[in-house]
Design a protein around this ligand. Sequence first.
Ligand code: ADP
Ligand code: MG
Length: 274
Amino acid sequence: RPAVARPPATRVMVVANQKGGVGKTTSTVNLAAALCQLGQRVLVIDLDPQGNASTALSVEHRRGVPSTYDLLVNGATLAEVITESPEVPGLSVVPATIDLAGAEIELVSVVARESRLYRAIQAHPAVGAAAEAGEERFDYVLVDCPPSLGLLTLNALVAGEEMMIPIQAEYYALEGLGQLLETVEMVRQHLNQRLSVSTILITMYDARTRLASGVADEVREHFGETVLRTSIPRSVRISEAPSYGQTVMTYDPGSPGALSYLEAAREMAVRGAR
Ligand code: ADP
Ligand code: MG
């Protein structure tokens, strides 16, 4: 029995911020695992050639494994590249291999190069409204983006209806956000009207420092209700988990990091798309 209601249709959420190291990948994999615990059916698409999300979910991503590269460049279907995470039962994953590093260039000559991901996702039978897609339907598709605003991230922004921006609670946190929001606006005007920044998640929050609370206040002032009430604390347990091929949700389920990701996931599910 699901712990929270399933959404009426698949929510495609893009986790993006062109800044590296802000917690995109960590948030993607832990929110995915948390949503699974809440009875949701979840697919993670790794769109970063580094394959960190694949690693964190214990999914093989050596060269040659069916991956997002095949999806974007070779015209593979989503069904052909989906695998299950051995780490999180029931969690579906499309891994990223290092081949993806060349995709930005290879895609330049491809027709409709910015909507490859959109088409692949929408063509999958388990994506859509409950009535069409049935019990097997994905409730959430979380796309983990690379730290850039190139063609890979563009594909994600065209594919998604919702964007989640993780913001690291430290100095310079807001730097670069203007450019990110301009990109979103450009995509909205020319490529994907449905796109909205639905969710902002404050990560690596250190309650002991005045700086962190100052940044968090500033983000909330600026973005209001878009910011989840739950912030993710800075925690060694969170950063250790991937080296064991685990999410913090199983590595240390009672830790503050795991509990906050569970709470953030619940908030996302309860507030729905906006
Ligand atoms: P991005 O995907 O945006 O580049 P990552 O999710 O890979 O960022 O996080 C960058 C680094 O910070 C990683 O080493 C990760 O383990 C660590 N990290 C992420 N979130 C936390 C946290 N809440 N507490 C401590 N370390 C974290
Ligand atoms: Mg990452």
